[in-house]
Design a protein around this ligand. Structure first.
Ligand code: CMC
Length: 389
């Protein structure tokens, strides 16, 4: 096979050059365009971070105002998209609905297929970031049998999303600032994460010269899986199954026996505490206080984390909590049904997917993604007619 490298799961293959996100997995560092997430979550907001991730620099006041204006004026979706969503079964998984409706956007904006048009690139990025919360909220409301709520563009990006999820009566939904902040922080933490499964999917599909809607739909599909964004769902289901701290030793034994995985633990790149998990952990108590709820699952999560971090099985393999270990607890406290957790992640990741697509389009070394293989099947075997098999 000559100089071909066999690298299943691409653990040691750099598929591109990228200036979007820096990760140091050993030290637990994550920077968007060079700025540490600790600073961004403290001082910025998701829309500003989206601008940063996409453009590569922080906006001036004028740039920021124009950006917010553009995003705010693209939050509505075509009425036919609404009808398209109506066609799903009453119990359709919101992530499946999101993936289909993002793909469907490409048919509403066929001009985006001209990927060389700079204006189309920009307006498609704006449309994706602006419409993703609307699609996500429609999918959520559909799964609950509730009427859709149209965007309220007088609210912030995250406040409007909460309104589209939870508004029940006129005139307006007033988001609790603690909940709005926690969700905005989660979106910032998810904004990009270099060449993970979904970003790689965006780039592979984009490399066949596909528009950003089609390419980002591939990203949403990648995120759906329980090893990736679907882990936040799996964590909650795991905690519900463990139910009480008394059952933790048996559960951990089952993990060590190789019967199952401790969901929300481990990461391909982080071999230390995921810095995103540390930040979001800091918002859990505040969200519970805001919702006035107690979470029995929180006690299980705290105890499970403590025991796993004290256990050689996990420390030897450098398995630490990742962002999804804590995000599910927050979503649950907010009253979001488990199946809708991953759509939250998708909203946060949209600027990253779009930036990765943009970077690909501007890459002078751009070529269609086409990995090779090591063939292990038979050769030169004769066709056997049906009656002789
Ligand atoms: N629980 C128990 N053992 C584990 C876990 C886990 N969560 N993760 C890895 N291991 C063990 C694995 O069995 C293997 O052990 P051994 O060397 O004895 O065979 C070793 O650790 C290395 O595992 P791996 O599967 O080769 O690691 P990977 O880099 O291919 O997988 C992962 C990374 C995230 C898919 C994996 O850690 C996992 O399945 N974690 C649980 C799912 C999860 O929380 N995913 C969210 C990732 S963060 C959010 C995102 O970016 O999507």
């Amino acid at each position: 096979f000559g100089l071909m490298t066999y690298d299943p799961g691409f653990t040691n293959t750099a598929s591109c050059r990228s200036a979007v996100t820096y990760i140091d997995g050993e030290k637990g560092i994550l920077e968007h365009r060079g700025i540490p997430i600790e600073q961004l979550t403290e001082h910025s907001n998701f829309l500003e971070v989206s601008y940063l991730v996409l453009h590569g620099h922080l906006p001036t006041q004028k740039e920021y105002d124009e950006w917010v204006y553009d995003i705010t004026h693209h939050t509505y979706v075509h009425e036919m998209i609404k009808r398209f969503m109506d066609g799903f079964r009453h119990d359709a998984n919101p992530m499946g609905m999101l993936l289909a409706s993002v793909g469907a956007l490409s048919t509403f904006y066929p001009e985006a297929r001209d990927t060389s048009d700079e204006f189309q690139r920009y307006v498609s990025a704006v449309r994706l970031i602006a419409k993703m919360p609307t699609l996500a909220a429609f999918a959520y409301r559909h799964s609950l049998g509730l009427p859709y709520v149209y965007p309220d563009n007088d609210l912030t990006y995250t406040g409007n999303f909460l309104s589209m999820l939870f508004k029940m009566a006129e005139p307006r939904y007033e988001p609790d600032p603690r909940i709005e902040k926690a969700l905005d922080v989660l979106f910032i933490l998810h904004a990009d994460h270099e060449q993970n499964c979904s970003a790689a999917a965006v780039r592979v599909v984009g490399s066949a010269i596909n528009d950003p809607f089609t390419s980002v739909a591939a990203g949403v599909a990648g995120l759906y899986g329980p090893s990736h964004g679907g882990a936040n769902v799996a964590v909650l289901k795991m905690l519900e199954r463990i139910k009480s701290a008394d059952n933790i030793p048996d559960f951990l034994q089952s993990v060590k026996d190789g019967n199952e995985r401790l969901m929300g633990f481990g990461h391909r790149v982080y071999k230390n505490y995921d810095p995103r998990a540390r930040i979001i952990r800091g918002h859990v108590d505040e969200v519970l206080e805001a919702t006035g709820k107690s979470s029995p699952l929180l006690d299980v999560a705290i105890e499970l984390e403590k025991r796993a971090l004290d256990d050689e099985y996990f420390t030897d393999r450098k398995l630490y909590p990742n962002v999804d270990y804590w995000s599910g607890i927050i979503y649950e406290a907010m009253g979001i049904p488990t199946d809708a957790f991953t759509v939250m992640f998708a909203i946060g990741r949209t600027p990253g997917w779009t930036a990765q697509w943009m970077e690909l389009m501007n890459d002078e070394e751009f070529r269609i993604a086409r990995p090779r293989q090591i063939y292990t099947g038979p050769r030169q075997t004769d066709y056997v007619p049906m009656g002789e098999r």
